[in-house]
Design a protein around this ligand. Structure first.
Ligand code: DC
Length: 222
């Protein structure tokens, strides 16, 4: 049997990891799983049901029957919730904070991690998230921790959202990113951390193309 390769990309929001992951998956012709989309879809389910994302009792009531599916259509990940394609809806700014809140619940993380491991078990893949190298795939062949200063990350997210037609207040967005960073790295169960054996790359002053090339040549020489 041919050996599969697993790549873990972790880091805070706006660090560039999803852009890097998408490019790596194309270059290496392997599957890309955006694990953040799964937390976002779970948060959307809570919001639609009128459930507060931090209400563990109410969330645990639906999590085991969550109808969440990840499909690949024309090479890109599509996220389905209750049979509906919610890939765009989960990018809306109000879902971001709810996703960060709901992701602190252990019952949610256990469910997501189980799904992620099942998807990753079958094939060569690159996963991006917060806990991939430290918890989801501790035996990944390659682990990278992608980071950048908060100002740079806020500017990137601002550009991304305004290009999609959202009206955003920069200072508010920056504050939300800081709050999410705090939330994601201070939760009790499986927080955002750099895995001990991950290579850290600060993308603040780098263009993403350069980072992809550096990561690719690292992978090819090991
Ligand atoms: O990567 P993102 O911004 O789409 O992620 C949304 C939220 O989901 C993020 O604030 C934290 C959470 N998340 C997580 O806890 N673990 C992951 N592996 C991926 C995302």
């Amino acid at each position: 049997m041919q050996k599969t390769i697993k790549i873990a990309l972790d880091g805070p929001s706006g660090s560039g990891k999803s852009t890097i992951a998408k490019k790596l998956s194309k270059e290496l012709d392997i599957l890309y799983l955006d694990t953040g989309a799964m937390y976002r879809a779970t948060a959307l389910k809570a919001l639609k049901s009128g459930i507060a994302p931090k209400d563990e009792e109410a969330v645990s009531g639906f999590i085991n029957n969550l109808d969440l599916e990840i499909k690949y259509e024309n090479g890109s990940q599509q996220t389905y919730l209750d049979g509906e394609n919610v890939s765009d809806k989960i990018r809306e700014p109000q879902v971001s904070m709810a996703a960060s809140d709901i992701s602190s619940l252990k019952c949610v993380r256990l469910k997501m991690v189980e799904m992620q491991r099942k998807i990753a078990a079958k094939t060569s893949c690159v996963l991006d998230g917060r806990d991939i190298g430290s918890f989801v795939l501790p035996d990944a062949d390659y682990k990278f921790y992608i980071t950048a200063g908060v100002e740079v990350r806020a500017r990137r997210r601002y550009k991304e959202l305004t290009e999609k037609g959202f009206t955003v207040d920069f200072d508010k967005l920056k504050k939300e990113i800081e709050d999410r960073d705090y939330n994601d790295s201070h939760r009790e169960f499986s927080p955002l951390v750099k895995a001990k054996d991950a290579i850290e790359i600060d993308t603040s002053d780098l263009d993403i193309e350069g980072v992809v090339n550096a990561v690719m040549s690292y992978i090819k020489t090991r």
